[in-house]
Design a protein around this ligand. Structure first.
Ligand code: CP
Length: 300
């Protein structure tokens, strides 16, 4: 799984159904991965993705090896990505990798002998965050069709929004509203892909103008680590701050999602609002990764 389009809509439906079954019957799945080993190779920091994958494997009865800091591996001695992946393939039944370079996940698949999962490659894609987001939307809205989704913040560098938009554009009746400053607009290749699927999109830098029309508001962090010019980051980092006052103009049933980590873009005063579902979303991430592991290891 390198990019969100690698699974068909039918395969995604299966994974989401399996996730829901796991949520309802966790004990049925608690030993299905006994004797299996998952490797988590994190060349970039992570809280949710790494720990939810590791929790997922443990809750399925399997085991985990890996690194969260590449300097503790032979990468620090100059080992290539290909050699690392080849070696880890000798030990583990599946590999999860996060890497700062866009395209590194595709590169890794040339060397792996076992199922490989992209846990985020630079500013490119984050397909398991998208599975998390789809499970959140389906569970809380009842359907993946006929929604107006506002994506707000760093749409240029945010890999989660690239994967989510590509995935959601495969469902009927989706309208995208891209809310960002000029400097952080959604890349053209993503907008072209949406148009090819026959969907409309609208771009603005004004969150207040559109918040009342949204079914889902997907907030994102300005990605400091992707900026070459730190002055530019400082200028843009607080461009959007969602607070209680802005939420007053939103629909009663609008979902506020965020892949997390958050910096300042959602004030903590919003956390108690029933429409703020980002921590629920993080929990859905563990269940969907359990389903993904079960599918890729073919243990059921
Ligand atoms: N959403 C997400 O990818 O979070 P982490 O960077 O903490 O894994």
């Amino acid at each position: 799984l390198v990019k969100s389009e690698d699974f068909s809509v039918e395969e995604i439906d299966q994974i989401l159904s399996l996730s829901q079954n796991i949520i309802e019957n966790p004990s049925k799945y608690s030993r299905v991965c006994e004797g299996k080993l998952l490797a988590t190779l994190f060349y970039e920091p992570s809280t949710r993705t790494r720990l939810s994958f590791e929790s997922a494997m443990c809750r399925l009865g399997g085991s985990v090896v890996g690194f969260s800091e590449p300097n503790s591996s032979s990468v620090s001695k100059g080992e290539s990505l290909g050699d690392t992946i080849r070696t880890v393939s000798c030990y583990a039944d599946a590999i999860v990798m996060r890497h700062p370079v866009a395209g590194s996940a595709e590169e890794a698949t040339k060397y792996t002998e076992v199922p490989f999962i992209n846990a985020g490659d630079g500013g490119n894609q984050h397909p398991t965050q998208t599975l998390t987001d789809l499970l959140t939307i389906k569970s809380l809205k009842g359907s993946l069709e006929n929604h107006t989704i506002g994506l707000c913040g760093d749409l240029k560098n945010g890999r989660t929004v690239h994967s989510l938009v590509k995935s959601m554009s495969r469902y009927k009746g989706i309208k995208f509203i891209f809310i960002s400053p000029d400097e952080l607009k959604m890349p053209k290749y993503i907008k072209d892909a949406i148009q090819e699927q026959g969907h409309a999109y609208y771009e603005t830098d004004n969150l207040d103008e559109v918040i009342g029309s949204l079914d889902i508001l997907y907030m994102t962090r300005v990605q400091r680590e992707r900026f070459e010019n730190q002055e530019q980051y400082e200028k843009l980092k607080n461009y959007y701050i969602l607070n209680k006052s802005k939420m007053q103009n939103a629909r009663e049933d609008m979902l506020v999602m965020h892949p997390l980590p958050r910096v300042n873009e959602i004030a903590t005063e919003v956390d108690d609002d029933k429409r703020a579902v980002y921590f629920q979303q993080a929990k859905f991430g563990m269940y969907v990764r359990m389903a993904l592991i079960v599918k890729l290891l073919e243990v059921m």
